[in-house]
Design a protein around this ligand. Structure first.
Ligand code: KET
Length: 443
């Protein structure tokens, strides 16, 4: 890539200043605004770098190359590289918009109550004691990110500890969400780059070393970006450590159903904790598992020690939400509630969901096979072993930059690729690019 496209990518990655900018915002705005007789009050503001994940979409759009490939954001694509609206979502949506009784009134501050109940049951299971005992306060949120942020604001105000531990590495936005809410962010060891697996010993040491009451962020399944999850036995040991030290688990469930294709299997870690911990939090997203990215449908649940406590917590969650965005949007939550609430639509959803998960698994074996055929140096077994939407390839920042510049393939700088963005047609092209980078660009 050369010329304007390359320059645009550098701008988006925050590596160079945008066109027309001197790179120094103060110098740029030296002309006073006549009416006020002084420089603009925004004059001192430096331009922020583009978002490391969502910024790639813009760079991709601006690239005119015919073979360009977007493996940046975790968004499912069909074999033809097109976004997918699930049939079951279309069906539920049609029923919703043609229902003569539907309206556009405000939802309550906590959102659609049926959606909240069904979301809770989907995650924790209907046989969960806390669900049966009405010990979980649930509010509708602006997808998974909104749930994390509302949860963080609630913790900042009401939890004894303001320290949250995030896995190292984690989804890049976690750090920003929790810092913006005023929590102190620390990390626990998670990934071992020598084995491309879990650094379980390091993880346990860090959990045991955390001060009691600290908040521990856990990816419910399909850890992003590594695709490495604890085994059931490791979950058990983590639970023992977390409960023993009286830590507060905060689960982020953005991929239920995407890891294994089974909704209940992907909730096993969370359900084990819900049975044993007196309190925990859960952020849920329907962006990926229902393909409802832009609808911003999600939920925040806070598991409490009693029904009365859950009612109090629910009242405080509303205090967080009302001054922030008043109440959440109707449409996406209405679609989700219709699907979760109808046994027939639910079954259709499960079939479509496991279809997406299966296609991702197929892409793993195709990419692995393509690298094997090319004799690409290194072991690529981890591509088969990792689960969920992403593969953490092990490509270095320099190698990623090479692949983007020469091959027009977009991925995050940590070497993460969205397997859901690949197709049988593009696997070979990606393997060619990876092979070239591994052979010719030193780490
Ligand atoms: N948690 C995790 C672990 C996660 O990967 C995402 C999104 C979210 C929460 C939030 O998703 P929401 O759309 O707010 O429900 N991750 C993908 C998209 C993004 O970065 O916003 C990604 O990693 O590509």
């Amino acid at each position: 890539m050369s010329g304007p496209a390359s320059r645009r990518l550098q701008v988006l990655r925050g590596q160079i200043a945008p066109p027309g900018s001197t790179g120094n915002a103060a110098a740029m705005s030296a002309e006073p605004v006549a009416a006020y007789g002084r420089p603009s009050v925004w004059a001192h503001i430096p331009e922020a770098p583009a978002d490391p994940i969502l910024g790639l979409n813009e760079a991709f759009k601006a690239d005119p190359h015919p073979s360009k490939l977007n493996l940046g954001v975790g968004a499912y694509r069909t074999e033809d590289g097109k976004p997918l609206v699930l049939n079951v979502v279309r069906k539920a949506e049609m029923a919703l918009v043609t229902d003569p009784n539907s309206n556009k009134e405000y939802l309550g501050i906590a959102g659609n109550a049926v959606f909240c109940r069904l979301s809770r049951e989907l995650a924790f299971g209907t046989s969960c004691q806390a669900v049966r005992g009405n010990r979980i306060a649930t509010v509708q949120s602006l997808s998974g990110t909104g749930a994390l942020r509302v949860g963080a604001e609630f913790l900042k105000e009401h939890h004894p500890s303001k320290v949250i531990y995030l896995p190292q590495p984690t989804w890049g936005n976690h750090t920003k969400v929790f810092k913006r809410a005023g929590l102190e962010v620390r990390t626990y060891r998670y990934y071992d780059s020598t084995t491309c697996g879990l650094n379980f010993q390091g993880l346990m040491e860090d959990l045991m070393g955390a001060p009691s009451d600290s908040i521990i962020l856990l990816h419910a399944c399909a850890h992003n970006p590594t695709g490495v999850d604890p085994t059931p036995d490791q979950w058990k040991q983590m639970l023992k450590a977390i409960a023993g030290k009286q830590l507060l688990p905060f689960f982020d469930s953005a991929y239920q159903g995407f890891a294994s294709g089974s909704l209940s299997a992907d909730a096993a870690g969370l359900r084990m904790f819900a049975d044993a911990c007196p309190q925990l939090l859960l952020a849920q997203s329907y962006a990926k598992n229902m393909g409802m990215y832009g609808e911003r449908a999600g939920a925040l649940s806070v598991l409490c020690s009693s029904q009365g406590e859950a009612a109090v917590v629910a009242s405080q969650l509303k205090q967080v939400i009302r001054p922030m965005y008043s109440n959440p949007p109707r449409h996406g939550a209405g679609i989700v509630a219709a699907i979760l609430g109808s046994p027939e639509l639910f079954r259709e959803w499960e079939v479509e969901l496991s279809g997406m998960a299966d296609r991702i698994k197929l892409m793993r074996s195709k990419l692995h096979e393509a690298l094997r055929q090319r004799g690409t140096p290194g072991s690529w077994e981890h591509i088969l072993k990792q689960i969920g939407m992403f593969s953490y390839t092990g490509l270095s920042k320099r190698q990623v930059e090479h692949v983007t510049k020469k091959w027009h393939i977009y991925m995050t700088l940590d070497g993460r690729i969205s397997m859901a963005g690949l197709s049988a047609k593009t696997c070979g092209y990606l393997a060619d690019a990876m092979d070239d980078a591994v052979r010719n660009v030193p780490k």
